[in-house]
Design a protein around this ligand. Structure first.
Ligand code: UDP
Length: 330
């Protein structure tokens, strides 16, 4: 049976997607260099440890298996780090993806679902962001994603690739069965940090800025459950396999929650105290990022099941309570 290659399938969104692909009846092979992914997250389908930049490894992989399509997550993904170490992002994300696309081309694989980001959008931010909103990525991370979208569009025009770029808003939550979840070292994302503060693993949650032009002064994001994101990849794959038109799709709930609203919801869900302290704005943060995903609903038939913010936090809480690998020093 033909397989789906999942690059970065040992990471946060990749592992949830590998699980959902397996339950939907797809055969998968995960390729991950484990630089940020976790071996215990790659538990569905076959696993190959390696890098997308390794052309010989890709040749062996594409020759020894029948690969139908690629779902491509493998990338460095920290905005702050990308500002400090831009080359790492252009090497891993851009050059790495070019290596993957070249191997796909050598082996006649033309179908790709790509993980992109809402960070490709530019101002104004006080609207529901649609796919045709002006693109103006700021960080090297977001620029690298935008560049890869451009490369894929050009390959599409040249008739050698059919791709869907999924522009995620804020991925959050964990597998409702708690088999996989969010584990980043170091952790920089709001919901896991809030829950680690609730668990007493961190002294206090720093609120990055309360002087934004938003109702409570803190920044607003559109949080989308990781399993709903995972399901969108399966729909995108089926869409391409049925001959659907390539393109970019937003994945969000269309509902904004401020940092303070997330902390309040987490206090309710956990029943714990969550100490906070004020901190300056984090460089590069937008005041508000909320997405219009009606195109994904209309064209892909996507229908998020876990949109409620409490439900999102509940699933994350169930995961973090049992997460033993937490290392506060890293
Ligand atoms: N945030 C915060 N304190 C933290 C981490 C994040 O106030 O310790 C804020 C951050 O400034 C942003 C929101 O929470 O407004 C979501 O940040 P996250 O890093 O989770 O995702 P991003 O939107 O940057 O992709």
């Amino acid at each position: 049976m033909a397989q789906i290659l999942v690059t970065g399938g040992a990471g946060y969104i990749g592992s949830h997607t590998a699980k959902r692909l397996a339950s939907a009846g797809f055969e998968t092979v995960v390729l991950d260099n484990l630089s940020t992914g976790h071996r215990d997250f790659a538990r569905w389908g076959a696993f190959v440890q390696g890098d997308i930049a390794d052309g010989e490894l890709l040749d062996r992989l594409f020759t020894s298996r029948t690969i139908d399509a690629v779902v491509h997550f493998a990338a460095a993904s920290q905005v702050g780090e990308s500002v400090r170490e831009p080359l790492r992002y252009y090497r891993n994300n851009v050059a790495g993806t070019v290596s993957l696309l070249s191997a796909m081309r050598r082996h006649g694989v033309e179908t790709l679902v790509f993980s992109s980001t809402c960070a490709v959008y530019g101002p104004p931010f006080d609207v529901l962001l649609t796919e045709d909103h002006p693109s103006a990525p700021i960080s090297p991370y977001a620029k690298s994603k935008r560049m890869m979208e451009d490369v894929m569009e050009d390959m599409g025009r040249a008739g050698c690739l059919r791709h869907v770029a999924l522009r995620y808003f804020n991925a959050a939550g964990a597998d409702p069965e708690a088999e996989v979840g969010e584990r980043h070292n170091p952790e920089t994302h709001l919901i896991p940090l809030v829950l680690q503060a609730a668990l007493g693993q961190r002294e206090a949650l720093s609120i990055f800025g309360d002087d934004y032009d938003t109702p409570d002064g803190t920044a607003i994001r559109d949080y989308i459950h990781v399993q709903d994101l995972a399901d969108a990849h399966i729909l995108a794959l089926r869409h391409l396999q049925k001959g659907g038109a390539p393109g970019a799709f937003n994945l969000g709930n269309g509902q904004g929650h401020s940092v303070r609203q997330i902390i309040d919801a987490a206090r309710e869900v956990t029943g714990r105290d969550i100490p906070t302290r004020m901190a300056p704005r984090r460089e590069g943060d937008s005041p508000r990022l909320v997405g219009d995903a009606s195109k994904a609903r209309r064209v892909l038939g996507w229908n998020p099941q876990l949109a409620d913010i409490r439900r999102i936090i509940e699933t994350a809480w169930a995961w973090h309570k049992n997460e033993t690998s937490f290392t506060p020093t890293r």
